[in-house]
Design a protein around this ligand. Structure first.
Ligand code: GMT
Length: 378
């Protein structure tokens, strides 16, 4: 019976929740003695440690003049075959349906011709279903990749419902929620750092995302404008992406540019969140909202929309407030209510931390190991 696994992990390396979960899970597995092989087109941004048990294999896409569009999925498939064969992997865990699950399924078929039957675990994270899933041109590939995976996990009950709504799924779907390592969020409060953003009379409000359309970053600015007209406060906008420029222009147009700081893609989000009071996530939809969980672990009250899995995480009137998408006025009122009532704010911050501890990695890791071992014993 295998005790220590050799696991291939495929993920996006960029600033985003699915890559964070894949990387943190891989690191945690390596600490338990499993050998983890990350396979991606760039080093995942949170993969910043050295360990004997961690390996990184880069997928290169040669630039042939013949190709108008470089076939990344085929280079990934070939890399998966190579790593499975030469590193003797026991299992592949792919995060995101396209192109990772479909490349893995293709690699699995090719590996059968070598006499190797490698099981695949596919984890769906959200936009692969809620955005790409609605695009009919991808539907047959996503559906096939999900159904041909040996195990399928989703990060929330809401995402499970969406997956079953958009696709004909014959596989059992397991919900395994996202996680954080709660200990990493403790004792990060640093008054000197806080004073670089706000003075003692001001509150700190934060937003972190990839600034894509789905995140509605201009709502963040509009909400803050209303809050700031009543409460001394500053807003930190962390991350970068297509809508950053719109948010910057809006903050200038609303005359609050000196109250809003755009910090870009910084890595010390734990330290900054520890200084923040309220975290805003006004997304169109959020299959889980990992960044809100990180903010909760950092003792922030959460003001978010209620569409998708975020309502399974942010408990209305306990850890924060939930609103309909686009209800800027209510989200502003909720923040003002919190910031005008110190006791309520402190209570929500504590509740947020307590609830976040239910999502500690030590509670979630055994669920993934269970899935892996069930597949590897066959
Ligand atoms: O939209 C993002 O934040 C990036 C995206 C990703 O694939 O990295 O996030 C999705 O996966 C995260 C990890 O499971 C979830 O916490 C996010 O809610 C989800 N994003 C959306 O559903 C919009």
């Amino acid at each position: 019976m295998i005790k220590k696994l050799k696991i291939g992990v495929v993920c996006y390396p960029t600033y985003g929740g699915s890559g964070v979960i894949a990387t943190e899970l891989g690191i945690a597995l390596s600490k338990k003695g499993h050998e983890v092989h990350f396979i991606s087109y760039d080093q995942p941004f949170r993969l910043d440690i050295f360990s004997e048990n961690i390996h990184y294999h880069e997928v290169l896409v040669p630039d042939y003049p013949l190709f108008e569009y470089a076939p990344y999925e085929l280079n990934l498939t070939s890399k998966l075959i190579d790593v499975v064969l030469h590193e003797e992997l026991n299992i592949l865990h792919v995060h995101y349906a396209i192109p990772h699950a479909s490349a893995a399924v293709n690699a699995q078929q090719i590996l059968l011709t070598y006499g190797i039957n490698i099981p695949i675990v596919t984890t769906l994270h959200g936009t692969d279903i809620t955005l790409l899933g609605k695009d009919k041109s991808f539907k047959p590939v996503i559906e096939y990749a999900i159904n041909k995976s040996n195990a399928v996990t989703v990060v929330s009950e809401s995402l499970k419902k969406e997956t079953l709504k958009y696709f004909n799924i014959s596989k059992k779907i397991n919900t395994i929620s996202n996680f954080i390592e709660i200990d990493l969020y403790d004792k990060k409060y640093d008054v000197k750092l806080k004073n670089t953003f706000v003075n003692n009379e001001e509150y700190l409000i934060t937003h972190i995302s990839n600034f894509r359309k789905v995140k509605r970053v201009c709502d963040v600015i509009r909400i803050f404008k209303k809050v700031n007209s009543k409460i001394p406060s500053k807003l930190l906008m962390i991350g970068d992406g297509p809508d950053r420029i719109k948010a910057e222009i809006l903050s200038r147009d609303l005359g609050i540019e000196d109250k809003v700081r755009f910090l870009g893609k910084i890595n010390i989000t734990n330290n900054i969140l520890a200084c923040s009071d309220v975290f805003i996530l006004p997304s169109e939809s959020e299959s889980f909202g990992l960044v809100a969980l990180e903010a909760m672990a950092s003792r922030n009250a959460i003001v978010s929309t209620n569409n998708g899995g975020i309502s399974e995480l942010n408990i209305d009137k306990v850890t924060g407030f939930l609103s309909k998408v686009g209800d800027i006025q209510k989200m502003a009122n909720d923040i003002i209510l919190l910031l005008q009532n110190q006791d309520l704010l402190e209570k929500f911050k504590l509740n947020a931390f307590d609830h976040a501890s239910n999502f500690d990695i030590h509670k979630v890791l055994p669920k993934y190991l269970n899935v892996y071992f069930q597949l590897c014993q066959h």
